[in-house]
Design a protein around this ligand. Structure first.
Ligand SMILES: Cc1ncc(C[n+]2csc(CCOP(=O)(O)OP(=O)(O)O)c2C)c(N)n1
Ligand SMILES: [Mg+2]
Length: 885
């Protein structure tokens, strides 16, 4: 049927073929028809015919009327409930904007999606007390008013709470604009409003559920992951980015519902084409089960009419831009421009008046059709399902915005529009009442409220619902990492190697080993983690169906159904989605998992910060490990590989605790502290560690206090009455130590030496202390960690880090005495470490130069000494600034 436009050179022959096929369908059903068609396609292809690959099916519902199950609900009551939710969602936004213009909110998204959600709430979404466990539902961010409005009818929120929409600083806490678990930790589970994140996160959520099942950590109880998405949202690359994985992994626990209102914010999603057909092609091509819900029951009569083909032909001809115009212009326009194209078609609707013609409901607004789609989706085996439901943006808003280009932004309705809305949905309010857009809820004994509660009770309670804590984990003692605390002896090792060792120890631990989830985007070998392949296995639902090329070796590439490693391939967005799924498993699955996502640090924050931000919002717990730290340490890779700024991003993400580490004992200490924080104390934080690949000897921890390592600064070498202080950090600690030697040997100066493990933690502590002192002027001032450690000697400080200067400058205002920061600002390049450190002016010589000049400025030396330093170490005054070249 999709080839209607092609010329038919033998219509009679075609008819005979179709009739034979019809006979087969009647006698043996659709399976037989499919078999025959596939046979024919194979045969023609083998004979050399180059058949076009067609991923699209006709522009009709996938499920035909005779395949629809019986609707089990009370349609009348459900219609009333839906109207009430619609009204309250609208009232919430309109009244909020009446009170404070500009507070925002969205009416039209939910107005289009109401039926999609209501069918789910009344019949499908399993709640937290369901014997099979809760489904996980990703709500479209802009539909939040509807979700609140339902919670209000369910009795979960009172009116006062509803009035706090977008007023989260109101005394009762308010309701957040969009789904934010950070702000409503008992309600929202998934942060979806940055478009495109939801669909990818949902794919990996469904996959992670299977991972837990395959590893025997949770039972398979047929829980589903539902993701409600916008059709405009599907333009985000991330939105379609997980499709292949979902079908490859046979995620039949995953259901996408795309609300195809054909509009996004500015206008049509595909004015000149058809978004539903385009998405069908993309999903079918990726191997998904696609269910289109285009026409409502009102259209059954036209589709089943003897001229039904003509209706279909017309529907295929028009583009989304036309379909939107019909919504806005109404019945007579629709008759003339859509049906009027063919006289026979016009004849088919002659008995329907303009008003009824306009009102004929399309698929996404028809509970029967949506129920049929969901029923099939939850039964799908071996494939994920997408439901493409056609809806109308701003449904019910009439002149105020139904289907219009401005509809997304509509937040205010005038009196007339409010009355229209009231009439449209039969809300029992008088004219004067309705014009103030009040909330309306029938009393608790009304049929609607009893029904709404009953249905949810049958399905296991209200949704959304977020669980705050999962299973408790007992973290072993720090001595677990004794070998890292003891140092590397004579062996030169990198912090990356120390980190892999730490991970190996953890995964072997009897109590928490099984909870560790190593996640890697195709960089395990780079980081020397490949031995873990064999030890832990790489998760693959199907196991290993082939003999790996290295099967004769001890450390072969082992895939296994119960594999523990998530090897995500070159896919940072997917890998961080797994991190989020694992790191929120305490809440979503009730089992606390400990993800370690280990990646090329440059392709972390810079590439996927939006996901990390959402991870923070969702109260994800776990460890992000960025290798290789610093702009000069990864010497041969150049400009697009060398990370000199991820710590800036980390510092700006509120619940990230970021560390740039230099020694194995620091890794052990920080990771242990993170485990206690997140899994024993239940803190919603993410630890970010950067590790590097330069080899040197790691000393034992000796008398370094763990607390100082965690707070971000500890002393490496004490000096009596120092005149200057050096601060080193992470990959550049070595240069700092070398500079101290030069200062002593060449210039007779003995500096104090300190190691900074976290500039951002030091800054937060100093900032918090300063804030407390500001607002407690009557109390004895508190001291920050920096002050406690450094205020004994007010001398100049020279700090060098392998990150842009702003990273170490974070603490400048809080360090007593003058503060000089060296850092790696500018694009990197490939060369030796030595040359790069010279290029960026962070090596030992520049540290010495800065220190000597600082002493001169401090009045302790003549400035001519600095000149001597330049000459002695051949430092070129004409050298260009690295940020400019
Ligand atoms: C990443 C991102 N970019 C832009 C926006 C701003 N934005 C909010 S809603 C919207 C349009 C949504 O259209 P669609 O996905 O079709 O949803 P609908 O409201 O039509 O259901 C845009 C662009 C956003 N929330 N996230
Ligand atoms: Mg849309």
């Amino acid at each position: 049927m999709s080839n209607l436009k092609r010329e038919d050179i033998d219509p009679q022959g075609t008819q005979e073929w179709l009739e034979s096929l019809e006979d087969e369908i009647e006698e043996h059903g659709f399976e037989r028809a499919r078999h025959l068609l596939e046979k024919l396609v194979d045969y023609a292809s083998a004979r050399g015919a180059r058949l076009s690959f067609n991923t699209k099916t006709p522009f009709v519902n996938t499920i035909t009327t005779d395949q629809e199950p019986e609707f089990p609900g009370n349609r009348e009551t459900e219609r009333k409930i839906k109207s009430l939710v619609r009204w309250n969602a609208m009232a919430m936004v309109v009244s909020a904007n009446k009170k404070s213009p500009g507070i925002g909110g969205h009416i039209s998204t939910y107005a289009s999606a109401a039926n999609l959600y209501e069918v789910g709430f009344n019949h499908f979404f399993k709640g937290p007390d369901h014997p099979q466990g809760s489904d996980l539902v990703y709500f479209q961010g802009h539909a939040s008013p509807g979700i609140y409005a339902r919670a209000y009818l369910e009795g979960r929120f009172n009116e006062e709470k509803m009035r706090g929409f977008r007023r989260e600083l109101s005394p009762n806490g308010g309701l957040s604009s969009y789904p934010h678990p950070w702000l409503m930790p008992d309600f929202w589970q998934f942060a979806t409003v940055s478009m495109g994140l939801g669909p990818l996160l949902a794919v990996y959520q469904a996959r992670f559920m299977n991972y837990l099942i395959d590893r025997g950590l949770i039972e398979n109880t047929d829980r589903k992951v539902w993701a409600f998405l916008g059709d405009g949202e599907m333009d985000e690359p991330e939105a379609l980015g997980g499709l292949a994985l979902a079908s490859r992994e046979k995620l039949d626990n995953l259901i996408f519902v795309v609300n195809c209102n054909l509009q996004r914010l500015d206008g049509p999603v595909r004015g000149n084409n058809k978004i539903i057909q385009e998405l069908e092609g993309a999903f079918r091509g990726a191997g998904w089960n696609v269910i289109k819900v285009i026409w409502g029951s009102d259209f059954d009569q036209l589709l089943e009419h003897e001229n039904g083909d003509l209706f279909l032909r017309r529907a295929e001809e028009v583009v989304d831009g036309d379909l939107l115009k019909y919504v806005v212009e109404g019945g007579s326009y629709l008759r003339e421009h859509f049906y009027g194209k063919y006289p026979e078609l016009l004849e088919m609707v002659a008995h329907i008046n303009d008003e009824d013609l306009e009102k004929m409901r399309i698929g996404g607004h028809d509970p029967i059709k949506v129920f049929a789609a969901y029923s099939e989706a939850v039964k799908s085996k071996g494939k994920p399902t997408v439901i493409l439901a056609r809806t109308i943006k701003g449904y019910g808003l009439g002149e105020a915005g139904e289907g219009r280009n401005i509809t997304h932004q509509q937040k205010k309705l005038n009196d007339e529009e409010l009355l229209h809305f009231r009439d449209r949905f039969n809300i029992p309010l008088s004219d004067s009442e309705a014009s103030t857009a009040p909330f309306y809820k029938p009393n608790d004994k009304s049929g609607e409220i009893i029904y709404i509660k009953n249905q949810r009770k049958k399905l296991g309670g209200f949704l959304p619902h977020r669980r705050r804590q999962g299973s408790a984990i007992k973290i072993p003692d720090l001595s677990l990492f004794q070998e890292l605390l003891d140092g590397s002896g004579d062996r030169k090792i990198s912090t990356t190697m120390a980190c892999v060792r730490m991970l190996t120890i953890l995964t072997k631990d009897k109590t928490i080993g099984k909870n560790i989830v190593p996640i890697i985007p195709d960089e395990a070998r780079t980081f020397g983690m490949d031995p873990l392949f064999r030890q832990l296995g790489i998760y693959a639902h199907e196991g290993q169906t082939y003999d790996p090329v290295d099967s004769d070796q001890f450390l072969f590439y082992k895939e296994a159904t119960d594999g523990q490693i998530l090897e995500e391939g070159i896919n940072e967005a997917g890998a961080i989605s797994s991190f989020v799924a694992a790191g929120t498993s305490y809440s979503t699955n009730g089992i606390s998992m400990i993800p370690f996502y280990i990646y090329y640090s440059m392709f972390g924050f810079q590439r996927i910060w939006d996901f990390i931000w959402a991870a923070g919002d969702m109260r994800t717990r776990g460890f992000l490990v960025g290798g290789t730290a610093g702009r000069t340490t990864l010497n041969g890779e150049g400009l697009q590989h060398q990370d000199g700024h991820s710590h800036l991003a980390a510092a700006a993400t509120p619940n990230i605790r970021a560390y740039d580490l230099a020694y194995g004992y620091e890794i052990a200490t920080v990771v242990h502290s993170g485990l206690i924080d997140m899994y024993e104390k239940g803190k919603d934080v993410i630890y970010y560690l950067t590790v590097e690949n330069e080899n040197y000897i790691h000393p034992p921890i000796k008398d370094v206090a763990s607390e100082d390592i965690i707070k971000g600064l500890y002393k490496i070498k004490a000096t009596d009455k120092p005149t200057i202080r050096l601060l080193g950090s992470g990959p550049l600690l070595g240069e700092t130590l070398a500079a101290a030697e030069l200062l002593k040997e060449d210039w007779g100066i003995n500096p104090g030496i300190w190691n900074v493990t976290s500039f951002s933690e030091l800054r937060r502590d100093a900032e918090e202390t300063a804030r407390w002192n500001l607002i407690h002027p009557d109390k004895k001032p508190r001291k920050s960690h920096l002050e406690i450690k450094l205020s004994k000697h007010t001398v100049p400080t020279v700090v060098s880090s392998d990150y842009v200067k702003m990273v170490s400058e974070q603490i400048g205002p809080y360090v007593p005495g003058p503060y000089y920061a060296l850092g790696t600002d500018g694009f990197g390049r490939s060369d030796t470490r030595e040359n790069l450190r010279h290029f960026f002016e962070v090596d030992r010589y520049y540290i010495v130069l800065t220190a000597i000049r600082a002493l001169a400025l401090d009045g302790k030396l003549e400035m001519s000494k600095a000149d001597e330093v330049m000459k002695k170490y051949n430092l070129n005054p004409e050298k260009p600034n690295p940020i400019t070249v």
